[in-house]
Design a protein around this ligand. Structure first.
Ligand code: SF4
Length: 427
């Protein structure tokens, strides 16, 4: 970053010339957090906009908040903190808008089992987040003897009735974004990347990889206007996939589906059959320390329920955790934007138990990696949610002072070991 005031190149993302222009490390840190949070808001608002759901309030906040990060326009610490929490509030509205956009167009998600093997035949794999891209591709491939598979964050698409009605949407292949190079190399069909979390491709599959919408990669063909003809032609020209056995993954526990079990849930908590709820999920990444989340879910006691979302779920969503009185112990609520669903469930439980969200037997254990995770964290802080555990590390763009304020007010903690954290939470 270049500072136009002191004409120095600031180290990292914040100015190191404290006092020269009145800007300091903490303001730089808050501005960085705001810019990163705004990117997450923009992503959700963009997807909703593609489905003709727009909000003047969200758009004008994006403009105003970005403007406040301009050089020498705002040196006031408190107003930066306010803006950051406002970003969390606006992100909640963006996630709500996106939920409405998807539900209006594709119906309410329903709990769904998704096949993880291969069906014989030509195939297209779709990765990213944009459900409209997947829907348009399904329409264009209908009756053409091509099977469509989801990858990564597209898994929850199977739960939407208007998407799941396509019988050639046959399963989910692969896992989180960081594994895609190996997984795409091993997938013999055509591949479509719809949004963020696409990686630079290997030569081995570059010629059968396509992007559309916001996603772009060098030397990879980009599809314009959702005309997937070339992707379909490519799938046809490739060897058909052989049959491969697979298991099943569950998804589709949107808040409407979870709240349809509200009576059962409340009764199970009151009778002591459910001791605690954990929301474990978020953005995955490649650090080996992220095995924490696998171990954590493995060690969650049998009288606890795990809610999940985002691609962090692939760390454990293959596990069979069973049920408590007919309530599945592992509930996949969907993509990261379905944090909105998790918030709705928490709010409904708090209402039923006549308590504050922080008094519920609920703990959030969030894996964070990129911008959307930051915007969701800001939403949780805006809602006053405390005792969140985050990992595998704390965001490096938070200065010591900013971090101290967050920790003091919200008791935000970095994860330690699954045993230690579980012991502390359940005590
Ligand atoms: S959950 Fe986060 S890291 Fe994972 S695919 Fe979505 S945006 Fe990317």
């Amino acid at each position: 970053m270049f500072c136009y005031q002191c004409e120095q190149t600031a180290k990292g993302t914040g100015c190191t010339k404290t006092g020269v222009c009145g800007k300091n490390e903490d303001i730089a840190s808050l501005q960085d957090a705001l810019i990163i949070g705004l990117k997450g808001v923009a992503a959700y608002a963009y997807h909703a906009g593609e489905l003709e759901q727009r909000s003047e309030e969200i758009d004008s906040f994006l403009h105003e908040a970005l403007f406040t990060t301009l050089t020498n326009v705002n040196f006031d610490l408190n107003s930066h903190i306010e803006k950051l929490l406002k970003c969390g509030e606006i992100n909640l509205k963006a996630m709500e808008l996106l939920d409405k956009a998807y539900v209006d167009r594709f119906g309410f998600p329903e709990p769904t089992r998704v096949f993880t093997g291969f069906k014989p035949g030509h195939a297209i794999l779709v990765t990213g987040h944009d459900l409209l891209d997947l829907y348009e591709l399904l329409k264009q491939t209908a009756g053409k003897d091509i099977n469509v598979y989801t990858h990564g964050e597209m898994l929850p698409a199977h739960a939407y009735p208007e998407i799941n009605k396509f019988t050639h949407l046959v399963g989910n292949y692969g896992s989180a974004w960081q594994n895609q190079r190996k997984e795409f190399e091993d997938f013999p069909g055509a591949i479509l990347g719809t949004t963020n979390c696409v990686l630079l491709p290997r030569d081995s599959y570059k010629d059968r990889f396509f992007t559309c919408g916001i996603a772009r990669l060098p030397e990879v063909k980009h599809v314009e206007n959702r005309n997937f003809e070339e992707v379909i032609e490519k799938a046809r020209s490739l060897e058909p996939l052989p049959e491969k056995e697979g298991g099943f993954l569950s998804t589709g526990f949107h808040h409407k589906a979870v709240l349809s079990m509200a009576e059962k849930l409340i009764e199970a908590v009151k009778s002591g059959k459910i001791r605690h709820f954990f929301l474990v999920g978020g953005c995955d990444g490649s650090k080996s320390s992220r095995s924490y989340f696998t171990e954590f879910v493995k060690k969650v006691p049998a009288d606890c329920v795990v809610l999940t979302l985002g691609c962090g779920k692939y760390r454990f969503n293959y596990m069979e955790l069973g049920e408590i009185d007919g309530i599945p112990r592992l509930l996949d609520m969907g993509q990261c934007n379905n944090a909105y669903s998790a918030i709705q469930v928490a709010a409904a439980l708090a209402k039923a138990f006549k308590c504050d969200i922080n008094d519920l037997p609920l703990t959030l254990v969030i894996s964070w990696f990129e911008q959307k995770a930051v915007s969701i964290l800001l939403t949780l802080l805006h809602l006053g949610v405390k005792n969140i555990r985050i990992g595998p590390s704390l965001p490096a763009f938070l200065s010591d002072n900013v971090l101290a304020v967050i920790q003091q007010n919200y008791n935000l903690k970095v994860i330690s070991t699954p045993e230690e954290d579980l012991r502390e939470i359940l005590e």
